[in-house]
Design a protein around this ligand. Structure first.
Ligand code: HEC
Length: 208
């Protein structure tokens, strides 16, 4: 702080920097701070965001369903799937259909997206298994025939340790295509959990 006038002529108490009265009473390692008021714009921003947060919670989380970003994303994803699925109609959960789509790279990529979005956390990025079993070897716990994969995805297994996806995947084709993708993982050589369950015969060949 600059004291411009000659200090000799000043009474002693006026030599004290007037701002020093504004210092807070604590000192950390000799560092002190002024007791400045918060700027008005900051205070109003704080008050404003407080009231906005109340509106936000009530409108987005307690109001009608479908308003959260997550819900909107789900709705749009479901709509996109339906548009794409218009081309192939509603698929059947049977052997012929799963084998057909297991050998169809275009639609397998849709199954892959579904797998990457929902299944990786338990079955690993390449299907090697984490919480859930390895989906790439020849041993299976709940699957004897290729169409059993779709049944397990739809209904879950082990009392929900493997969740049921019947209601979470909005379209039956998502079940069929993710089953086809899982079937295609068999033998991909991903490192992962050691085999669990029984040895089953290879998947049927494509008839095409
Ligand atoms: C919360 C973890 C979890 C998620 C997420 C999950 N699974 Fe599973 N999954 C499991 C567990 C655990 C098992 C083993 C159930 C058992 O012991 O019978 C399993 C079993 C399976 C099986 C049967 C394997 C076998 O050996 O019989 C298939 C197929 C399967 N999951 C596919 C999927 C697909 C496809 C998805 C995504 C749409 C998925 N899983 C998501 C945990 C999960």
């Amino acid at each position: 702080m600059s004291v411009t006038s000659d200090p000799v002529e000043q009474p002693a108490e006026q030599l004290v920097d007037p701002q020093e009265e504004l210092l807070t009473d604590h000192s950390y390692d000799g560092i002190q701070e002024y007791d400045n008021p918060l700027p008005g714009w900051w205070t109003w921003l704080f008050i404003g965001s407080f009231f906005f947060s109340i509106f936000y919670v009530v409108y987005f989380h307690m109001g009608a369903t479908g308003r959260t970003i997550q819900d909107q994303y789900d709705q749009q994803a479901a709509r996109i799937f339906e548009l794409r699925f218009a081309e192939i109609g509603e698929l059947k959960l049977d052997e012929a259909t799963i084998v057909q789509y297991m050998n169809d790279p275009k639609w397998l990529s849709v199954g892959k997206v579904i797998y990457k979005t929902n299944c990786v956390s338990c079955h690993g990025p390449e299907g090697g298994g984490l919480v859930g079993p390895n989906l790439t070897d020849d041993h299976w716990k709940n699957v004897r025939k290729i169409e059993d994969i779709a049944t397990v995805i739809q209904d879950g297994a082990a009392n929900g340790a493997m969740p049921a996806w019947r209601n979470r995947l909005s379209h039956v084709n998502q079940i069929v295509l993710s089953a086809a993708y899982v079937a295609s993982l068999r033998g991909n050589g991903a490192t992962g959990k050691s085999p669990e369950g029984d040895l089953i015969p290879p998947w049927p060949e494509s008839k095409q």
